[in-house]
Structures are given as structure tokens and as C-alpha cells.
Design a protein around this ligand. Structure first.
Ligand code: IMP
Ligand code: MG
Length: 174
């Protein structure tokens, strides 16, 4: 199954990242009402690991978004396929994403969510590809910057495959 994948971050390295982010988030949101919002499907594995490293009461929710256009380039037109199921007015929101690439998805999403009057909106992303950025996105909690690789595993797919690899890899196939 992983013939076409080269390991970029091992399970241990991913765990170190998640522990570090979880500690920071627990500290920063002490005494605050926090809703952690995972963006499906890519962030599903990262999200489920991360919330177990957050040491305080939280609520969780998920959104499904899709960007129009072909599969490797984000078009900036984002469609919300599944919206939040809880009201967020007056709450602190932490969006959990797998990768910030062009930044178009999160730029649209944060603008949209801010119109619903949450107390704050912050972003936690496992990965960022700064060289690919088209719009500025402030990532408050970042796992790690990576080169312009196409990555798979740990929830992240290529044509819906590889999400169940336990590590993060670079896709080297055709
Ligand atoms: P953005 O709007 O260009 O920032 O799109 C980010 C989204 O594109 C991520 O949430 C992923 O779903 C997808 N994406 C970006 N880079 C990769 C990659 O290397 N592998 C798989 N999906 C990717
Ligand atoms: Mg995604």
C-alpha cells in the first residue's frame, strides 16, 4: 500500500508535534469556553489525536468544506457542505486543519465564521506550505512548515487513498 510513499514524519514525530500543540492550547485557553472545529476529512486523524492532548473541558464540532476546481489547485471558491451544529456566538473557536497550502480555504472560512460573532477565531494546522501561499493566513498553532511536496497519510489523501497510513509521507507515485 505504501510503495509510492516516502516517510516525512514518523508516528513518533507526529506525536511530539501533537503533544506540543496540545500543551500550548491547554495553557492559552485556560478558563475559556473553547470549541475545537475539525475540517473533514483531512484533519480527522490529527484532530482526534490533538483533542486528547488538550487538558481542559472543550466542545468539538466538524465542518466539511470543498473548494471548486481541480483536485491539486484550490480555486478560492469554498462551499460549506456540512456546517457547524452548535452556535458559536461569544465562544472561542479553534479551527483544526491538516494543511495550509494556498491559504484560500482558511481565509474564506475564518471570514465566514467571524460573521457569526464568536469571541475569537484561531487556526491550528498540522502542516503549512509557505511557498504555495496566495493569501496571507495567520496560523496561531503550527505543527511544521514543509516544502512544496504532495503529502499523504495521517488523514491526508491522494484521490481518497492513503488517509489510513499512520505516518505522514511524500507521495512519489505518478
Ligand atoms: P488551500 O485552500 O490551498 O490552503 O487548501 C488546503 C487544502 O488542500 C488542504 O486542506 C488539503 O485538503 C488540500 N491539500 C493541500 N496540499 C495537499 C497535499 O500535499 N496533499 C493532500 N492534500 C493537500
Ligand atoms: Mg482539507
Amino acid at each position: 500500500m505504501d510503495r509510492d510513499v516516502r516517510v516525512l514524519l514518523s508516528e513518533e514525530e507526529l506525536n511530539d508535534i501533537v503533544v506540543r500543540l496540545g500543551k500550548q492550547i491547554s495553557k492559552d485557553y485556560e478558563g475559556k469556553d473553547l470549541i475545537v472545529v475539525g475540517i473533514l476529512k483531512g484533519a480527522s486523524v490529527f484532530m482526534s489525536d490533538l483533542i486528547r492532548k488538550i487538558d481542559k473541558h472543550i466542545e468539538i464540532d466538524y465542518m466539511v468544506v470543498s473548494s471548486y476546481g481541480n483536485s491539486t489547485e484550490s480555486s478560492g471558491v469554498v462551499k460549506i457542505l456540512k456546517d457547524l451544529s452548535v452556535p458559536i456566538e461569544g465562544k472561542h473557536l479553534l479551527i483544526v486543519e491538516d494543511i495550509v497550502d494556498s491559504g484560500l480555504t482558511l481565509s474564506y472560512l475564518t471570514k465566514n465564521l467571524k460573521t457569526r460573532n464568536p469571541e475569537s477565531v484561531r487556526i491550528c494546522s498540522l502542516l503549512s506550505k509557505p511557498s504555495r501561499r496566495k493569501v496571507d493566513v495567520e496560523i496561531d498553532y503550527l505543527g511544521i512548515d514543509i516544502e512544496d511536496y504532495f503529502v499523504v497519510g495521517y488523514g491526508i489523501d491522494f484521490a481518497e487513498k492513503y488517509r489510513n497510513l499512520p505516518y505522514l509521507g511524500v507521495y512519489t507515485g505518478e
